[in-house]
Ligand binder design. Structure first.
Ligand code: PRP
Length: 186
């Protein structure tokens, strides 16, 4: 049997119950902060689609939803620092308060790039929410407004939108993938 034939056999790092409770807390804070302001939530594809779906159903305020996709380039171990826009938003962010939604902030390169992009396009404000933040987002050029859980290790994590080679996004919790190479043949 292939090791990934049952996805839920991976070690659970954060349960779906823990995630739901934290998403509720983030939603409460976001709702209070953005009441009465023109808000656009921008999901950073692909990983953010699960958090975005859970988050918006907890937000009882008017908002728009949009998506963007970016990719950071590197040689694998070391990122080059260059970020490329793959898919752009469809709403003009000018005059809107933009809240980016991410599954994970890792090196912070993607967030740094997107912060600048939306600021340059005339957004009234640009903030971000990420379910996971590795090492406190040490390389972020500005602090993250809404952070779900800190990740203080180099562990490879999957689930709740996050993938390895495109798989595992459908796990309802966040799991640790200790030996990613075992899954290369999926
Ligand atoms: C992940 C995640 C962020 C980015 C964070 O996306 O969703 O967008 O990496 O990394 P950084 O902080 O080092 O820039 P990924 O490139 O895996 O694409 P995906 O969401 O489509 O899986």
């Amino acid at each position: 049997m292939h090791p990934a034939s049952h996805l839920d056999q991976l070690p659970v790092l954060i349960s779906s119950e823990e995630i739901a409770a934290r998403v509720n807390e983030l939603a409460t804070a976001i709702e209070a902060d953005y009441a009465g302001r023109p808000l656009t939530l921008v999901g950073v594809l692909k990983g953010a689609f699960v958090l975005l779906a859970d988050l918006v159903r907890r937000l009882n305020i008017p908002l728009w939803i949009d998506f963007i996709e970016a990719s950071s380039y590197g040689d694998g171990a070391q990122s080059s620092g260059a970020v490329k826009l793959i898919r752009d938003v469809s709403h003009d962010p000018a005059g809107r308060h933009v809240l980016m939604v991410e599954d994970i902030v890792d090196t912070g390169l993607t967030m740094n790039y997107l912060f600048e992009l939306f600021r340059a396009r005339g957004a009234l404000s640009v903030e971000a929410a990420s379910l996971l933040v590795r090492h406190g987002g040490a390389r972020l050029q500005r602090p993250l407004r809404y952070s779900g859980f800190d990740l203080e290790s180099e562990a490879f994590v999957v689930g709740y939108g996050m993938d390895y080679r495109g798989y595992f996004r459908n796990l309802p919790h966040i799991a640790r993938l200790d030996r990613p190479a075992d899954y290369d043949a999926m």
